[in-house]
Design a protein around this ligand. Structure first.
Ligand code: NAD
Ligand code: LMR
Length: 346
């Protein structure tokens, strides 16, 4: 049964919950922005010992906010306690990059976290303590911490009890950034733009593709390429703006994106669990099955539609030569990252 009993709460784990994304994300979840306005939630918040006091402060504020949907909060530095009986795990814990770094520069610090936490999640699933099978078919995982795709792959490899389809990484922020850039360019509302695609890695090699993207107008649905009528801009500046947006935010805020990242994480889980609207796809980092010639065995961002907690890659889209080269380049980077991740673990 899939989310059948309306009153049953869903337990959501947020790791790195004392950090800045955590601080933006937990109130969104507790307000129902992730699972809808009728779904009660229990929050499990995990952070590390040096952040224990701050984490407790977040718990205090959650209590003070008196959220009607919030049925319980566990704030802990114990990984096993945090992972027990979890339906949805949002993995944010780790270290963000600073100005001038690439996301893979935080690899050695972050990848070992995901190997360790994979084991904790693996054992919760392996044991029989969970009650999440009543609500969702099985635990689902979203990896937010960078390098997100490769951390997700490591988590998958070290948590063999979690089906590979249940482990995803966040590229919805990049997807939303692409929608935002098109909406600004055309001066249309962002919700009228749809079906952009982020291919590949959540890194500066990602390929934001607008070849299939559309805008709803008074005169019907039009292709973005037709309306923008400037292939040069779409093939250069648009792509680099989206690829470099994370760095631009760090430069401006002196901190990496937080409210937009938290919002994208809610969008990702909401669409995955409750389904994508008809005729609309979103971008998610998922385990490649070889679709579009992407090497299997990578967590790669694809266009997906979701229904009842299951995603499927949108098939049959025409890929031109320009796109092919960019899709291959970002796959190459993921292959290198995977090797680098393993070298960090040894
Ligand atoms: P932050 O430093 O503010 O918070 C991270 C928190 O994680 C800290 O409280 C830290 O104590 C905690 N932490 C560290 N190791 C941990 C562990 N082993 N277990 C549990 N918690 C641990 O950072 P932030 O700005 O919230 O960003 C978090 C991560 O998300 C970074 O890696 C960042 O690069 C990434 N990020 C990804 C996206 C995306 O779109 N995929 C977007 C924004 C940020
Ligand atoms: C982002 O895209 O904003 C995050 O991944 C943070 C970063 O390091 O860019």
């Amino acid at each position: 049964s899939f989310l059948e009993v309306e009153e049953d709460p869903v337990t959501v784990l947020v790791t790195g919950a004392a950090g800045q994304i955590g601080y933006a994300l937990v109130p969104m979840i507790a307000r129902g922005e992730m699972l809808g306005p009728n779904r009660p939630v229990i929050l499990h918040l995990l952070d590390i010992e040096p952040a224990a006091e701050a984490l407790n402060g977040v718990k205090m504020e959650l209590i003070d906010a008196a959220f009607p949907l919030l049925k319980g909060v566990v704030a802990t530095t114990n990984v096993v306690e945090a992972c027990t009986d979890v339906d949805i795990a949002i993995m944010v814990g780790g270290f963000p990059r600073k100005d001038g770094m690439e996301r893979k520069d935080v690899m050695s610090k972050n990848v070992s976290i995901y190997k360790a936490q994979a084991s904790a999640l693996h054992y919760t699933i392996d044991g029989f303590s969970q009650r999440f099978s009543l609500l969702l078919p099985l635990l689902i995982v979203l990896l937010v911490a960078n390098p997100a795709n490769t951390n997700a792959l490591i988590l998958k490899e070290f948590a063999p009890s979690i089906p590979e389809d249940n482990i995803t990484s966040l590229t919805r922020l990049d997807h939303n950034r692409a929608l935002g850039q098109i909406s600004e360019k055309l001066n249309v509302h962002v919700s009228d733009v749809k079906n952009v695609i982020i291919w590949g890695n959540h890194s500066s090699t990602q390929y934001p593709d607008v070849n299939h993207a559309t805008v709803s107008t008074d005169k019907g649905t039009k292709y973005v390429r037709e309306l923008v009528n400037n292939d040069h801009w779409l093939n250069t500046e648009f792509i680099t703006t989206v690829q470099q947006r994370g760095a631009a935010i760090i430069k401006a805020r002196k901190l990496s994106s937080a409210l937009s990242a938290a919002s994208a994480a809610c969008d990702h889980i909401r669409d995955w669990v409750l389904g994508t609207p008809k005729g609309t796809w979103v971008s998610m980092g998922v385990y490649s099955d070889g679709s579009y010639g992407v090497p299997p065995g990578l967590i790669y961002s694809f266009p997906v539609t979701c229904e009842k907690g299951e995603w499927s890659i949108v098939q049959g889209l025409k890929i031109d030569e320009f796109s092919r080269a960019k899709m291959d380049a970002t796959a190459e980077e993921l292959i290198e990252e995977k090797a680098l991740a393993y070298s960090c673990l040894h």
